[in-house]
Design a binder for this molecule. Structure first.
Ligand code: ZN
Length: 429
């Protein structure tokens, strides 16, 4: 069902027709007045009966007449046509739903999973925060009890597969937590990402342990508490920050695997808050730059025989990684090397965006749906302009890259416990 509502920009009084797709899910709104570029934000709430609708928009005033100069399409799930003038609209425009290839069943199922995830987002956030908090505080008994007794729907299924009574030590608890959280987050991963992350353990890390067992042990012994902090605290916090805004990215998820065929001149998105997403981007950027060190160690082992032998010789591992004039240069240098260890990670960072966010130099053209990031450094100005859709895609890519790193981090933490600290693994054996 498509509903039309009529508004006026609160500032310049431009008359707008909002045409929105009603499904089972609330619609976050982030659009801009086509004349004065004022931000119109808020939400359209749709009740469980799929009929009761309440519009709660800021920056535009609802009017009783049906006169309009511009049309905006709004949708939680689908790409929308960019703002059109009254003359550009056709009397029988297809709905966003009909234009989105609604008969692709696999795609619809993935989309519904993500929408459902987003609808229950508060539960997922609470779960992820709490299990990692318990793990971080070594509350093994409480984790075990949660897995054994909680009426969480996922745990009911997982209990058929795994025996949570085998959780005896911190490594067991860590394994069980990882299974559970992966099960939750699967819905937030674009197509094939879950399988590729699975390969990190079954192909890549296993290959290095098999071929270089002693050097792997030396690397694991070198790793200090920082990497554990990364695994248990920093990455889960980022994941939670990201999934808080995932509802704004659903139309991009829906077009993720055929992103290159989108006509950015005509197609847009009505849910994305560039400001909120820029903050997430910066957080993810810093995290990725810091956490790539683990993968660099693995790369050195595989390519140069030892974790602290770099292409130009042996160095103290940490000192060498801190010697780059920026974290970005370090990241770009290593991820440019030929190795499948960097698959899913390389090419995901843009330092103009990061610096622009840091200095609040972000300019939004809401009418064209373009964002320009500006860096000024020593009199030199660099700008980078992309569409809202491309920026949203970059945020998903960054999230995916961090999921890869998280898997490396998890594998190394587990291996260190087993190989270096000689902790026996009971759960999941
Ligand atoms: Zn206006």
């Amino acid at each position: 069902m498509v509903v039309n509502s009529y508004y006026e920009c609160e500032y310049c009084k431009t008359k707008l027709r909002l045409r929105y797709q009603v499904g089972y899910f609330d619609i976050p709104v982030n659009i801009y007045c086509p004349k004065c570029n004022s931000h119109i934000s808020g939400s359209i709430f749709i009740d469980n009966d799929n009929i009761s609708i309440s519009e709660n928009l800021i920056g535009a005033i609802k009017v009783s007449h049906e006169d309009y100069e511009y049309v905006y399409e709004l949708s939680t799930e689908f790409l929308v046509d960019k703002c059109k003038t009254k003359e550009e609209t056709k009397p029988f425009d297809l709905t966003m739903f009909m234009r989105s290839n609604p008969f692709d069943e696999e795609k619809r199922e993935r989309q519904n999973n993500l929408l459902w995830f987003n609808k229950n987002i508060l539960t997922f956030i609470n779960r992820i925060e709490n299990v990692y908090n318990l793990l971080n505080n070594k509350k093994i008994d409480l984790i075990k009890r949660f897995f054994l007794e909680s009426d969480d729907v996922f745990l009911k299924d997982l209990r058929m597969e795994y025996d949570y009574n085998k959780i005896i030590n911190k490594v067991d608890a860590m394994l069980a937590t990882k299974h559970y959280v992966n099960t939750l987050l699967m819905r937030t991963m674009p197509k094939r990402v879950f399988e590729n992350i699975y390969n990190v353990m079954h192909v890549k890390v296993r290959r290095i342990v098999t071929n270089h067992p002693n050097e792997m042990k030396r690397f694991l012994s070198y790793l200090d508490e920082d990497y554990l902090e990364l695994y248990l605290n920093r990455i889960p916090k980022f994941i939670v920050d990201y999934i808080k805004v995932i509802g704004q990215l659903i139309p991009i998820y829906d077009n993720y695997s055929n992103f290159n065929v989108i006509d950015f001149g005509k197609k847009g998105i009505s849910t994305l808050s560039i400001d909120a997403m820029s903050v997430i981007y910066k957080k993810g950027y810093e995290l990725l730059c810091d956490s790539i060190d683990l993968v660099i160690g693995l790369y050195n082992i595989e390519s140069n025989g030892q974790f602290d032998i770099f292409t130009d010789g042996r160095y103290d591992f940490t000192t060498k990684l801190n010697s780059y004039n920026s974290k970005y240069n370090k990241f770009e240098t290593f991820t440019s090397f030929q190795s499948d260890l960097f698959d899913g990670i390389k090419g995901t960072l843009n330092n103009v965006i990061r610096n622009a966010e840091g200095h609040n130099s972000i300019f939004i053209d809401g009418i064209k749906q373009e964002v320009t990031f500006v860096n000024k450094h020593k009199g030199k100005k660099t700008t980078y302009t992309i569409s809202f859709l491309e920026f949203g895609k970059m945020c998903i890519d960054l999230y995916v890259a961090i999921l890869y790193i998280w898997e490396y981090c998890y594998q190394l933490t587990k291996l260190k416990a087993v190989l270096v600290d000689a902790i026996e693994l009971n759960y999941g054996k």
